[in-house]
Design a protein. Structure first.
Length: 243
């Protein structure tokens, strides 16, 4: 009998403990997960693009000399406007024979050398005309191609801070509205996850290609190079307690 009573007490204590644990789990499950986004638009102050020089000659040496001459001219132009060596990089250098077909026969045309340089130009923001002037200058060199133009901003620290603040405020507002609709009170945030990105909103690639072709016209006015805007976006996912 005593053993039975002791067993009953143990069972009751276990049930009470399980009940308390269930209540604790239930309380912890009373949460709400929301997302908020903040976006800040800024004007870029950096432009980067690639210039490719391609020359054909009878020998690789001659083709290389012609390529080196044009590359040297372009580098002198960009250095003249303040572009530093750290912002100049050769991204591709190719040597290869070039052929053409004539009546099912492959004929050697010559040796081609192709070099691509990536250029970063800083300080293009505000009223600066450094980029249009530089592109006009580079456009005076024949038989070159310009591609892959991109715009960015040197320092986006303040903009990211502002976008994160906006994202958190929107998440808090959304969670408060849901809690009020459920006749509950909003508690403290339990966890916060952050996702940030920079999106460029600018002119299309086709527009840039057409514009690059127009630079060869000697009578054209100064190049007009729209830079668009950068969207600094932050998204937060927040889990709040519900009371």
């Amino acid at each position: 009998m005593r053993k039975f009573a002791l067993l009953l007490v143990v069972v009751l204590v276990s049930l009470v403990g399980f009940g308390c644990q269930s209540v604790s789990l239930l309380e912890r499950s009373r949460t709400i997960s929301v997302q908020g986004s903040g976006k800040v638009s800024v004007s870029p102050d950096i432009a980067s693009f690639s210039i490719t020089v391609s020359e054909l000659a009878e020998t690789t040496r001659d083709a290389q000399l012609k390529t080196n001459e044009k590359v040297g001219t372009i580098l002198a132009m960009v250095r003249a406007v303040g572009v530093e060596n750290k912002d100049l990089a050769t991204t591709s250098l190719e040597f290869y024979p070039e052929y053409r077909w004539k009546e099912d026969e492959q004929l050697l045309v010559g040796q081609r050398v192709r070099q691509t340089i990536h250029i970063t130009v800083r300080g293009i923001g505000g009223t600066s005309n450094i980029l249009p002037a530089l592109i006009d200058e580079i456009g005076s060199v024949s038989n070159i191609s310009m591609s892959s133009i991109r715009f960015s901003k040197e320092d986006t620290t303040a903009e990211f801070s502002e976008s994160r603040k906006m994202a958190m405020e929107k998440a808090l507002q959304k969670a408060s509205e849901y809690a009020h609709a459920a006749n509950m009170k909003l508690g403290n945030p339990i966890s916060v996850s952050d996702y940030s990105s920079t999106d460029y909103q600018g002119v299309s690639r086709n527009t840039m290609v057409k514009a690059a072709g127009a630079y060869m016209m000697e009578s054209m006015p100064e190049a007009d190079v729209p830079t668009g805007e950068l969207d600094i976006t932050s998204t937060v996912s927040v889990v709040f307690e519900l009371l």
